[in-house]
Design a protein around this ligand. Sequence first.
Ligand code: C2O
Ligand code: CU
Ligand code: CU
Length: 486
Amino acid sequence: MNNRPNYVISRRRLLQASAGLAFGALPLVRPTLAATGNEFRIEAAPGRASLVGRDGPHTAVWAYDGTIPGPTLRFKQGEPVRILVDNSLDEDTTVHWHGIRLPNAMDGVPGLTQPPIKPRETFTYEFTPPDAGTFWYHPHANSLEQLGRGLAGAVIVEEKEPVAVDRDVLWVLTDWRLTAEGGIASGFGNRMEAAMSGRVGNAVTLNGVVPDDQPVHAGERIRLRLVNTSLARIMALRFEGHRPVIVATDGQPCNPHEPEGGRLLLGPAMRIDVVLDMVGGPGRRYRIIDDFYEGLAYLLTHLAYTDDPPLRSEPLDAPLRLPPNPLPEPDLSSAERHELKLEGGMMSGMGMMGGGMMQGMGGMMGHGRAVWTINGTSMTGDGHAGMPPLVTLAQGQSHVITLRNDTAWWHPMHLHGFSYRVLARNGAPVPHNQWADTVLMAPRDTVDIAFVADNPGDWMLHCHVTDHQTAGLMTVLRVGGGRSKT
Ligand code: C2O
Ligand code: CU
Ligand code: CU
């Protein structure tokens, strides 16, 4: 395995590339988060960031409060928050609070749940997060470009009682497609990519910078919150010499367990909280490798132990389980059943693109063309007024939705407004009481999810590979009324 992947941009090469260019010493804009109690204010604006190493050129980005990632917003479970969002971009935006169960009007889908925030306008979001955990925020307008140019940040909703760890650590992992000069590559919305794996880039940052060694202390226990804010890159993280224990998926506590095969699978928009006991020796370094794509494994970073003597001789004996969130438990015996079939993309062998795909690609230049379908229908773009719901779910009722991936591609399927129990995969029960808002589906996978439709409104369901979403792998589920209709 290479220490340096050929597709992760080489720092040295970038330095050479930039040697002749003049880069003004533009300081990074510091976070100006005006937080008064539970009130926050963030601004979406063009900015510059250091994505290719401290000595490399700055990259022109779009950012919240001038930082990549945007400021980490810390909310308290069960306490109301207000967030003012200023739009200093030259185009409409919105903010979507990914994974947080909130009123439909606060969901941030332009046209569907709110008017877009126009340039130089401000929108106020207000809600009370019911669940503690790791969430994130991002635009839901021109998503491919706004997310791909850097607009994303983490939300941490704190438990009422602190969890027994020595340190709480957040890693926001972001994939970028950069040019040799360190700029963000153009070409968002390439139709060919949209029908394949989406816009996977060539550089990965950790909390907005080229990952350096991550300093740790022998004997300490950390809670590590992993957030994948990439447009399309799926990650599979392996921790050399360590045994991470998963304690939450998409912010929701699960039964503590070690990941299958020792790899943490993290698709776009997904979060995993792990507890990590630092069982290595002082002064040692251990690799963290992402080997999701075959033949393209790369070194993400190192856990680098300080020389300090171990914090304790035995691993901490505190329980790993997080306190439960107030999630309504679906009643499977009375649940209504629905099926959503995903089709399309390259090499699907069936569906609208079957056989006709190459013809379809011929007209690739056209915009807004769907290459994916859900139950034979496609919604493209980001959300807009008058999107008719594909299914209406009776409010208050339990529902089981079978997601059937009849494509040759991976899809992290996301539902707004709810956390759902991941019941079964390909007919086998999913263990460890795992809940999610974004479930990663391998090609041909069938996944059953269940939830109580207690939150009325029109909710997006889409793939979080952003090119897939904007090219048709999206629909709307309506929760309301007393009867379901398909
Ligand atoms: Cu992260 Cu439509 O969502
Ligand atoms: Cu969402
Ligand atoms: Cu997808």
